[in-house]
Design a protein around this ligand. Structure first.
Ligand code: 4NP
Length: 153
């Protein structure tokens, strides 16, 4: 299975999500390909925000080498599931879908842990350190629910 994590800049939330999901897959011996990207092109080619790198490191996850890229239509062909961090990301990705199959791949990340809530992973970019801890915990919960649902782990 291939899963793509999507946020706005691909430097704060989705790289952390990529790290959390990849780490859990490795820990559980599950074959899951994980990637991340942003709907915007502001930070293409950049490494994740140092605050996301630090927070992930605290939990034993190294995301320092990831590089920002922008979502493109081809991602619908490459991935089975596309997880968006917030409603804006969801709308922007859905707007590029060309088929019902494309649309069905797109889900709000926190709907795994909080079904049908359409809750956002709050953008921590303008806030303080606590925002990054909150994001990590939300992503960790979502990943646990994701593996339970798709892999019965
Ligand atoms: P992300 O956070 O979408 O979680 O990567 C942001 C990163 C950069 C910007 C906004 C949000 N920005 O405006 O540059």
């Amino acid at each position: 299975m291939k899963v793509l994590m999507v946020c706005l800049g691909n430097i704060c939330r989705s790289p952390m999500a990529e790290g959390v999901f990849r780490n859990k897959a490795l820990e559980n011996g599950i074959g899951l390909d994980v990637d991340s990207c942003g709907t915007a092109n502001y930070h293409v080619g950049e490494h994740p925000d140092p605050r996301s790198v630090k927070k992930s490191e605290e939990y034993g996850i190294d995301i320092s080498n990831l590089k920002g890229r922008q979502f493109s239509y081809d991602d619908f062909n490459k991935f089975d599931i596309i997880l968006t961090m917030d409603r804006d990301n969801y709308r922007n990705v859905i707007a590029l879908a060309q088929t019902e199959e494309d649309k069905a791949k797109v889900k709000m990340t926190l709907n795994y842990s909080y079904p049908e809530s359409n809750m956002d992973v709050p953008d921590p970019w303008y806030g303080g350190e606590q925002g990054f801890e909150d994001v990590f915990q939300l992503l960790d919960q979502a990943a646990n629910a994701f593996f339970k649902i798709h892999f019965d782990e």
